[in-house]
Design a protein. Structure first.
Length: 88
């Protein structure tokens, strides 16, 4: 619940703020989505008596975090390049 609340608080800063604020929002969002997906996988896994839902959710979380990392990397690179051109 705390991650979900943090994501709702940070959502208005996701596009207009620094890369750090975007990273904080992405982290809170990803944690919230991962928590919900893990709980859903637990229910489905118990119902099916299978570990596959855990594997699928784990892969999904990996993809979600890789996409967030790419987004933060691009934002940080743009900020760094913008600062260098302002200094020159």
């Amino acid at each position: 619940m705390v991650n979900l609340l943090a994501a709702f608080i940070l959502v208005r800063h996701r596009d207009h703020a620094s890369g750090l604020a975007r990273a904080a929002w992405l982290s809170a969002r990803n944690d919230s989505l991962a928590n919900v997906a893990i709980l859903a996988a637990a229910v489905v896994g118990l119902w099916l008596s299978s570990g596959w839902p855990d594997i699928v959710v784990g892969l999904g979380i990996g993809v979600l975090n890789a996409d967030a990392a790419r987004s933060v990397w691009r934002a940080a690179s743009a900020e760094r390049l913008g600062e260098r051109s302002a200094e020159a």
